[in-house]
Each structure stands twice: as C-alpha cells, then as structure tokens.
Design a protein around this ligand. Structure first.
Ligand code: T4K
Length: 407
C-alpha cells in the first residue's frame, strides 16, 4: 500500500509494507539439485574435510577466476586474515581503516598486532592513503586495507607507500570477489588478498574465505598454517591453526560459482532500479560503482544527509524496520569507537569515518529482492524524507535504540 499520510507509516500504527521481513544479506543460492548431488558425492566418498577434492576444485576455480597463482580456501575470512598476518610476520603496528567490519582490526589485535586506525576518503569510503603515510611509526610493519563495498581502495598509492616504507600490504577483499581495479581482477594485488564467502556475501559457501596470492613462498606457508603446520603425516614443520574449509562448504561455493553471472545480473538490475528511484532526491545519495570495471553490485549504500532531509539516518532506519525492511547501518559506529579500541584511545577522532558512520544505510539486495519491492522501499524512503520535519516532531526520541528483529 502506498504511504499517503503519516498514519500510514507502520511506525505510527499503519500496516507494514511487507508481511515478511526483508533482510540485508539474504543468501544467494545456486542450483539446489547440483548442490545436493555434490553433497551425496561427499557422503559417498566419506571425505568430509581437510583438503578434499571439492576444496581443491574450489581453490582452482577461484584462482582461475581472478587470475591469481594461488588460492588457499579457509573456514572464513577472519581466520584467513589471521593466517596471512602471521605468515607475513606482521607484528608491532598495522594501519587499518576504522570504517570496516570489526573482523579486520580484530584479526590483527587477536595476534597481538596493534591496529592503528586510519580515516577514509569521504567520497570513496575507502582508506585515505595520505593519512596512512602520517600514521607510519618505527613499529609499523603492515597496511591492512579494505575494498569496502567491493569498490577497490587506492591500490596504486598504497602499493607505492608499502614499497617505499618496506611494509607488508594485505587487502581485505571480503566484499570484492568478482571486482576489478583498472581492469585487473581484485585478488592479484599486494602480498595477498582475502575473500569472504560468508552467507551474506554475493558468492557464499555458508561460511568460508580464501587467501589469494601470487607469492609462491607465502602460499606454501599459509597452506601449512591452515592445517596446524602439517607437511605430511606426523610431520609438523611450522606453527599453525585450524583454518580448513569443509567439503560441504566447498560444494556450496562451487555451486554458487556456477551461478555468479545470474547473481550479478540480478544485483545490477536492482542497483539500477534503486538508482532510478532515488536519483536527485534531496537528502539521499546512493553510492555508485564504476561501470568501466567489473563489479558484483552486492551493496546498496545510501548516505542520508539530515541537514537536507530534516530526518536522520537512525529515524529512517526505524521507519524502515517498522515496515519490515531491515536496513543495516554497516559499519556504525566505526571500529575505533568499539571495544576494546575505544578505551585504548578515547580521544581518537576520525572525522570522515564518524560522519559517514552516522549517515550510511545499507539496503537489501540479491536474488531474493525484486524490483517491485525496491519501488516500495524507495517510495517509503522518499515519503519519509519529504515529510521529515513532521515525522521528526512525532518521533520524540530520535536516538532511541534500533529494535532487534526476530530472526
Ligand atoms: N572483512 C570485512 C570487510 C567483512 O565485511 C567481513 C565480514 C569480514 C572481513 C569477515 O568475514 P567472515 O569471517 O565473516 O568470512 C555480517 C557477516 O557475518 C559478516 O560476514 C560480514 N562481514 C558483515 C558485514 O556482515 P552480521 O552480524 O550483520 O551478520 P548476520 O549473520 O547477522 O547476517 C546479516 C543478515 O543476513 C541477517 O540479519 C539475515 C541475513 N542472513 C544471514 C545469515 C547468516 C540470512 O538471511 N541467512 C543467513 O544464513 O555480520
């Protein structure tokens, strides 16, 4: 139902626009029969994990897709980051953006490496290379950059800094599988890049990740570390952990990989629909992707400017949640404002990160989202913004916490 008066909004007692909850990050599923066939093969073969045939095939397919020499699949991207940090001998301090998933700095902190938070460029949402240079100290050993929303960060500038200052360069490419930078695929830059294949990513293996690199020695080390350092039966040659991907995860990954063309087509169709709906609407700007590059179009990212709209991002999120549109405010409030980092550096200010953390809203995309739903979501957004002043008066406590939905 179209919202025509304020009382039509579910937050003021109207009927929610959607009966079912519309999530950000609903998994894309490939061909179910093909997946189940693979699961049967796994059960028949009784090889469930530890470098099984599907994991090996998945690794080959990922490496081929991005043009990297090596791919080492893992149980998730957080472990992949940790193994890479350890294998590269990163210690002391590493420079990392704060506007990212907490997994990025935590993977450093977990290994006793101090994350030094860097601000982002306001326009790109990615690490500000000029700020990186200012943060280098005698203790800095690495830069851990992120290709946020699948948009490549300043790879050339960061590579130059890393080369000049003799730092390791790791790219957290969790969002960026299938994306390119200057027509070269993400997965081939820095010392190594890390993909995530978590359920919410456009290519998923339930949980999963991968380290991709062109460095032969590093590939050997991370492969050993993924399996406790075992080089063969009874032969442990390095420290290590358990970062292995299971066969069933690889079967899901392979099945998803067969459908990525379709996933991207749907994501792109939806992205264009959101763009059309929200073009030139005061108070909302939507992040664009470079059409000259390959992109997975997984993330629909809005910036809500309340100086223009008179209604802030949190209020808009509350309005959408009441309508059963579970928009997310990734990555609020910024990692430097979360434990344990906040108490270590309470005075740290990262102006662009903090501004964006208060403005960004992530909308549903993927194969479970159709264009009709997008039109409804955009109409609610436009209605709420156009009537922002009145809504603002009616929602007395704009800072009230966002309700947690039933799963
Ligand atoms: N680096 C970056 C830049 C990252 O964004 C991430 C992860 C990592 C590193 C680490 O990657 P992994 O170690 O996870 O491989 C999610 C994901 O858990 C996380 O993978 C992701 N980034 C982060 C941005 O988002 P949550 O807490 O929002 O996830 P969750 O499980 O609540 O899922 C979000 C929504 O997705 C749910 O509300 C509903 C829907 N959903 C989720 C799952 C798991 C489903 O419909 N079905 C499902 O099975 O963190």
């Amino acid at each position: 139902m179209k919202k025509e008066k304020l009382d039509d909004l579910a937050i003021f007692g109207g009927t929610p626009a959607f009966r079912e909850k519309l999530h950000v990050g609903r998994p894309n599923l490939g061909n179910r029969e093909r997946f189940l066939e693979r699961v049967n093969q796994i059960l028949d073969g009784r090889w469930l994990t530890n470098n099984g045939p599907f994991v090996q095939e998945f690794e080959r397919r990922i490496a081929d897709t991005v043009g990297a020499k090596h791919c080492i699949a893992t149980c998730n991207a957080t472990i992949a980051l940790g193994i890479t940090i350890r294998a590269l001998g990163v210690r002391g301090e590493a420079i990392v953006p704060s506007f990212t998933a907490i997994a990025t700095p935590h993977s450093l902190d977990w290994l006793g490496v101090r994350p030094v938070f860097c601000d982002i460029e306001r326009r790109t949402h990615n690490m500000d290379a000029s700020h990186v240079e200012e943060l280098i100290t005698p203790y800095t050993t690495a830069i851990a950059a992120v290709h946020l929303w699948g948009r490549p960060c300043a790879i050339d500038e960061l590579s130059d800094i890393a080369r000049r200052r003799k730092l390791k360069l790791i790219f957290d490419a969790s969002h960026a599988f299938g994306c390119s930078y200057r027509t070269r695929m993400i997965g081939t830059f820095g010392n190594a890049e890390i993909f995530s294949f978590h359920a919410t990513k456009y290519l998923n293996s339930f949980e999963g990740g991968a380290i991709v690199t062109n460095d032969d020695d590093l590939a050997v080390r991370v492969r050993l570390m993924r399996n406790y350092g075992f080089a063969g039966y009874d032969d442990v040659v390095s420290t290590g952990t358990n970062g292995k991907m299971t066969e069933v995860a690889a079967a899901m990954g392979l099945t998803s990989l067969e459908s990525i063309g379709e996933f991207i087509d749907v994501n792109y169709r939806n992205y264009v629909r959101y763009k059309l709906n929200l073009a030139d609407f005061p108070g909302i700007s939507m992040l664009s992707y470079d059409e000259n590059e390959k992109c997975n179009y997984q993330y629909i990212i809005l910036e809500i400017d309340d100086s223009a709209s008179k209604i802030n991002r949190n209020q808009i999120q509350n309005i959408l949640w009441a309508e059963n549109v579970l928009a997310r405010r990734y990555f609020y409030p910024g990692c430097h404002r979360m434990a344990p980092y906040r108490s270590r550096q309470p005075a740290l200010r990262l102006p662009h990160t903090e501004e964006l953390a208060n403005q960004v809203l992530n909308l549903p995309n993927g194969t479970t989202v159709d264009v009709e739903s997008i039109d409804v979501i955009c109409n609610i957004l436009k209605f709420a913004i156009a009537r922002g002043d009145e809504i603002n008066h009616r929602i007395k406590d704009s800072s009230r916490s966002v309700p947690i939905p039933d799963r």
